[in-house]
Design a protein around this ligand. Structure first.
Ligand code: 4AD
Ligand code: MG
Length: 463
């Protein structure tokens, strides 16, 4: 007999059919009338399956004594209509097997309602809680929705390298990858000789798959990469991880307008998919985590995003009369408090800001005629701030070289990137969406460390 998932039994299980169901016991209640109730969860859905164990089954008292919160069990039983409230059906056990016990004196999840901080220290057990089970299902649904969106539009999924010798964002936040003997190097004097290193030159973990994405976009058409990304930024915020996942579409012949249109329908489409697929989980988040969640997601799905330039946004912020922790003026990078003011207070919906000052944006963004701004676009959403960063790319060979020098990069290091502009260059655009920030948006979780199974942040890479 094959195992049936709890989600299937609760949704479509027919009374009087026999099922094999397995999972972890959330609670046990023993009744005086010689039977016990087990609340069984197997992670397939938020709800538990009620298993009724009759005292007449073999070894009843020994088995029931062994079963505590956290124990794993296998049940063969019959589906019955449930007389109790809260569930359509339940399972009456014919046989019950304890697969693994959990000592109540030491089991860390014995009690309910642990703080998220506590659960971060228990990353090996937190997926067994309601909240983290739901986050795992939502994250999975988001990933599927992301692939669907691009596959339906005939984008090619391209795998870009994790180890690379270029720094896409040019921001010096690269984790180095080396096989050099650091202990020995510490004792020797003189400059480092990277020709002795594994790759023969300085290498690191990728901060973005964009540059390689551009190679394929200017050959096979619309593409996207979707993979882990690494940034050694020493910022301990609720929105930054040292290892996060990013989706990066790259489209030849797209100018900024079309890039914004795609980003907007993309965000809307994946949220809509998750609202359909994970409605029960989202209701839980709305009830327990963020009471405005469902209304805010509905608002994103139903309304056009506001579009304005960075310069216009700065004017709004300056005239807002709002006291910000970081004062804002033209030329400054926007902080999350500014982004949130625009999306939560001023416009009360997502905003796409364009045409940022060239001095604060990456070298690859296309320069505007004004000489001061670039064709950048950031998508900002309530509660999070920036969720997408993108741009039209600089396709002019000479301008790109000038921008690289201005950004402190050595053009020769990016010779292959420059050759894309020498041979058959085309206007093109793309953007990057942070997966964990999207999980934050869709679940209402306030800390990004709870939106990835195993968070990596400064001074923290356990598990
Ligand atoms: O704005 P960013 O740095 O853009 C790029 O990397 C471009 N190469 C993308 C492109 O045009 N193909 O990052 C894009 C998004 C951000 O908007 C944010 O959602 C997420 O990636 N992100 C992070 N998420 C978690 N932790 C971090 N440290 C992040 N840094 C960026
Ligand atoms: Mg950005």
């Amino acid at each position: 007999m094959t195992r049936t998932r709890v989600a299937h039994i609760l949704k479509t299980g027919q009374p009087e059919t026999t099922v094999d169901v397995r999972g972890w016991v959330r609670t046990k209640r023993e009744s005086k009338q010689d039977f016990a109730f087990l609340e069984l969860n197997d992670g397939s859905c938020m709800k538990n399956l009620q298993v009724v164990v009759d005292a007449r089954i073999p070894d009843y008292s020994t088995l029931i004594k062994q079963i505590q919160t956290g124990a794993s069990v296998a049940v063969i039983g019959t589906i019955k209509e449930s007389l109790g409230k809260g569930q359509r059906v339940e399972v009456h056990a014919q046989s019950l097997k304890v697969l693994g016990t959990a000592d109540p004196a030491t089991y860390p999840l014995q009690k309910k309602g642990h703080s998220f901080e506590f659960l971060r220290e228990k990353a090996h057990l937190r997926p067994r809680t309601n909240t983290f089970g739901a986050i795992a299902r939502v994250r999975n649904a988001l990933c599927a929705a992301i692939h669907n969106f691009f596959q339906e539009r005939e984008f090619l999924y391209v795998q870009t390298p994790i180890i690379t010798t270029s720094d896409c964002e040019g921001a010096g936040q690269v984790f180095q990858v080396t096989t050099l003997d650091l202990a020995r190097l510490q004792q020797s004097k003189g400059p480092l000789d990277y020709s002795q290193d594994f790759f023969g030159k300085k290498a690191g973990l990728t901060v973005s798959g964009q540059l390689e994405g551009e190679i394929f976009a200017t050959a096979v058409g619309d593409v996207y990469t979707f993979g882990p990304t690494f940034r050694a930024e020493n910022s301990n915020t609720t929105r930054h991880l040292a290892e996060f996942w990013m989706v990066e579409p790259e489209m030849p012949f797209y100018e900024l307008e079309e890039n914004m249109d795609l980003a907007e329908s993309f965000v809307r489409s994946i949220i809509k998919d998750v609202m359909n697929k994970c409605s029960e989980d989202l209701e839980f988040f709305n009830e327990r985590i963020e009471p405005t969640l469902l209304a805010s997601l509905q608002n994103i799905v139903e309304n056009d995003f506001i579009r304005l330039t960075y310069t216009e946004a700065i004017k709004i912020l300056e005239e807002s009369g709002q006291k910000f922790e970081f004062p804002i003026a033209w030329g400054h990078d926007m902080q999350s408090e500014h982004e949130r003011y625009l999306t939560e207070k001023h416009f009360k919906q997502p905003v796409i800001l364009t045409d940022y000052p060239r001095a604060i944006k990456s070298f690859y963004m296309r320069c505007n005629e004004d000489g001061k701004t670039v064709r950048a676009m950031d998508v900002l959403v309530p509660r999070i701030g920036e969720i997408i960063g993108g741009s039209q790319r600089e396709e002019r060979h000479d301008v790109l070289i000038e921008r690289m020098k201005e950004s402190g990069l050595v053009p020769e290091d990016y010779w292959w990137y420059l050759e894309l502009r020498q041979y058959g260059t085309v206007p093109h655009s793309g953007f990057g969406l942070g997966l964990e920030r999207t999980v934050q948006l869709v679940t209402g979780m306030t800390n990004i460390r709870d939106c990835i199974p195993f968070p990596r942040t400064p001074k923290s890479a356990d598990f």
